[in-house]
Design a protein around this ligand. Structure first.
Ligand code: G
Ligand code: G
Ligand code: MN
Ligand code: NA
Length: 254
């Protein structure tokens, strides 16, 4: 069997799992969001990372059903947590999308169906898209972003700074967060060139009225310098790695 046909089966047989990585308000360490990250627990090959199978899913068109499955799963899980734990009252869930999701005509109606089924408000959901997905075909994207905005669904630009830049369009786009790619967070100190890059991204997002989320924070020093630069939200192993739903409950639901 090829990985492609196995992935098709995995979707049907529930071999996929969603892990959740906390997004925190850095000043207070308060949990404000969870990024859904798909995992494949293969019965024979063991754990397969999304870095390996998401590209295959993208090549074969399987990524659309895969991402719909993750979206439904993540919304169902958040609805359960919100009903059970007061600590989740203002926690939202972020789901990654691929370029094909944006081109699929059913994206909005599928989102509406999932929100209705799970009784979640649009404000509970954030969608993560990358810069290059935004510039590919700008007109329909503008319409889609406006539709999402009408539903109070937020949008993050993931891996910001690494893609083919959409600076021409950024001010026209209804987006909410820039996620500073972890390659810039990697070596963050005032004497490293990344410091000015991050400073510029944060200044840009403030001018555009956007929030910034720093990715890949692994050390207290990085968190400190990000705070100095005015970045308020963070994600990374320093706070928590991607966790199973059970681990989330043990760590965040006292
Ligand atoms: O979780 P990890 O760091 O291994 O993820 C690797 C890559 O896979 C990241 O680029 C991430 O955005 C992507 N990814 C993880 N989960 C999903 C998903 O549900 N859908 C899509 N399209 N990409 C995902
Ligand atoms: O492309 P995207 O940003 O969606 O991918 C998120 C990926 O980053 C996930 O695969 C996740 O496992 C990984 N990740 C999350 N936090 C850290 C971190 O602190 N360090 C590193 N190296 N990777 C991280
Ligand atoms: Mn992401
Ligand atoms: Na990223």
């Amino acid at each position: 069997l090829t990985l492609e046909s196995e992935l098709r089966q995995a979707l049907e047989r529930d071999e996929l799992l969603v892990y959740y990585q906390p997004i925190v308000e850095m000043e207070s360490d308060r949990l404000i969001g969870l990024e859904a990250l798909v995992r494949w627990q293969h019965p024979l090959r063991g754990f397969i990372s999304p870095g390996e199978f998401v590209p295959i899913a993208e090549e074969t068109g399987l990524v659309v059903p895969l991402d719909r499955w993750v979206l439904r799963q993540a919304c169902q899980q958040l609805a359960i947590w919100r009903a059970q734990y007061a600590a989740f009252a203002s926690v939202r869930v972020s789901v990654n999308l691929s370029a094909q999701d944006l081109r699929s005509t059913r994206l909005l109606s599928d989102i509406d169906t999932i929100l209705r089924d799970t009784k979640l408000a649009g404000s509970c959901l954030t969608l993560e898209i990358t810069e290059s997905m935004l510039v590919e075909d700008i007109e329909p994207t503008l319409v889609l972003l406006a539709e999402l905005h009408d539903r109070n669904i937020r949008v993050s630009i993931d891996d910001f700074g690494t893609g083919y830049s959409s600076l021409n369009y950024l001010h026209q786009l209804h987006v909410d967060y820039l996620k500073i790619d972890r390659s810039f967070v990697n070596q963050l100190s005032p004497n490293h060139p990344n410091y000015q890059v991050v400073n510029t991204i944060i200044a840009l997002s403030q001018q555009l009225g956007l929030m910034t989320i720093a990715e890949g924070i692994e050390m207290a020093e990085q968190k400190y310098w990000l705070g100095q630069l005015g970045c308020t939200l963070g994600q990374g192993y320093f706070f928590a790695k991607p966790l199973s739903s059970g681990e989330i409950e043990r760590q965040f639901c006292p």
